[in-house]
Design a protein around this ligand. Structure first.
Ligand code: DAH
Length: 340
């Protein structure tokens, strides 16, 4: 009897069923009243008293194992019921997943690309890990120049030539090094600065740079281009003003303010009660920068501008804290349903 218990224990652990009906056959074979295991229980009555304990344990173990096995085989088929059920229509369309929404910074970046695309600007990109030449030196920031202090960034300790770009102006240099005018391009991308994170500043943010170099490009072209952009982005009634400023790579340089579209120019806490909000830096490309890139500054002139996408988005959607853009909170992100 001991031999038969061992044999059946082994056999049951290897049981398989190809069809649901097989499982029932197996249950009958082992566990029904006349099944192999029930027969062993009948015989158990005749087992000598001194073997009863050990044999009883083995026999109960066998019965439990068989019940468990049959249950498992049965539920494997139930799990697959739909696949085996020929009445199920497998050609029915599946439930659709809810579509996501674009990130507000992507919506605004795409809108900027669209607006400049309408007046002939194409898009190019450059690397986020830059060298000193493209981020600073070629743009007229000599080593030790105080203008570098305003754009402190993340350097690599082993190699001070390599850094995370502080602005997309580096892509102006990369473009002019490889192309001759006419150049009319915008460069969107991510930039990095060593800044304390607050409602108005972050160590990672996004810019779109613009560059137009050709014969006879003047400040008038710059101003008209920026007016066109501001009205496309913020509405027909938007006004602009240019304030003189300084950037090493443009001469003259300016900063562009747009009339505050939140209070309509009356004054609010977004525009700090001035009615104006700054959105970008700009100017005429310094002749030394053209020469650094192999473009003849006696023949060509150009203008450039660089804007913060976060700043434009804050204004366009009246968002009060820039950190929201990086927190991935769905309650915030679901509110933007732009399609481009
Ligand atoms: N790169 C400047 C910054 O990040 C912005 C800027 C100013 C870009 C003037 C330009 C420009 O192209 O002409 O602060």
């Amino acid at each position: 009897m001991l031999e038969r218990i061992k044999y059946l224990t082994e056999e049951i652990s290897n049981l398989k069923a190809d069809l649901p009906g097989d499982v029932e056959q197996l249950r009958l074979k082992y566990l029904s009243k006349k099944g192999l295991i029930s027969v062993l229980f009948d015989e158990f009555r005749n087992v000598p008293a001194e073997q009863k304990k050990e044999m009883g344990l083995l026999l109960n173990h066998l019965k439990n194992a068989a019940q468990l096995k049959i249950e498992n085989l049965k539920s494997a088929f139930e799990g697959n019921k739909e696949a085996n059920d020929e009445s199920a229509d497998l050609s029915l369309p599946v439930d659709h997943m809810a579509p996501g929404t674009r990130h507000p910074l992507s919506i605004v970046r795409n809108e900027i690309i669209r607006i400049f695309g309408q007046i002939g600007y194409t898009v190019a990109e450059g690397p986020e890990i830059e060298d000193d030449w493209h981020n600073f030196s070629a743009l007229n920031f000599p080593p030790e120049h105080p203008a570098r202090d305003m754009q402190d960034t993340f350097f690599i300790a082993r190699d001070p030539e390599i850094l995370l770009r502080t602005h997309t102006s580096s892509v102006q240099i990369r473009t002019m090094e490889t192309e001759q005018p006419p150049i009319r391009k915008i460069f969107p991308g991510r930039v990095f600065r060593n800044e304390a994170i607050s409602a108005r500043a972050h160590c990672i943010f996004h810019q779109v740079e613009g560059l137009y170099v050709d014969k006879n490009v003047s400040f008038m072209d710059l101003k008209q281009t920026l007016l066109y952009f501001a009205r496309e982005m913020f509405g027909e009634s938007t006004e602009i003003r240019l304030r003189p400023s300084f950037f090493p790579f443009t001469e003259p340089s300016g900063e562009l303010d747009v009339s505050c579209n939140i209070c309509g120019g009356k004054g609010c806490n977004i525009c700090k009660y001035t009615g104006w909000v700054e959105i970008l830096g700009c100017g005429m490309v310094d002749p030394a920068v053209l020469d650094n890139c192999g473009i003849d500054s006696t023949i060509y002139t150009g203008f450039a501008f660089g804007m913060g996408i976060e700043r434009v988005t804050l204004l366009k959607y009246q968002v009060r804290d820039l950190r929201l853009f990086f927190e991935n909170d769905l309650r915030f992100l679901k509110q933007f349903t732009g399609t481009i």
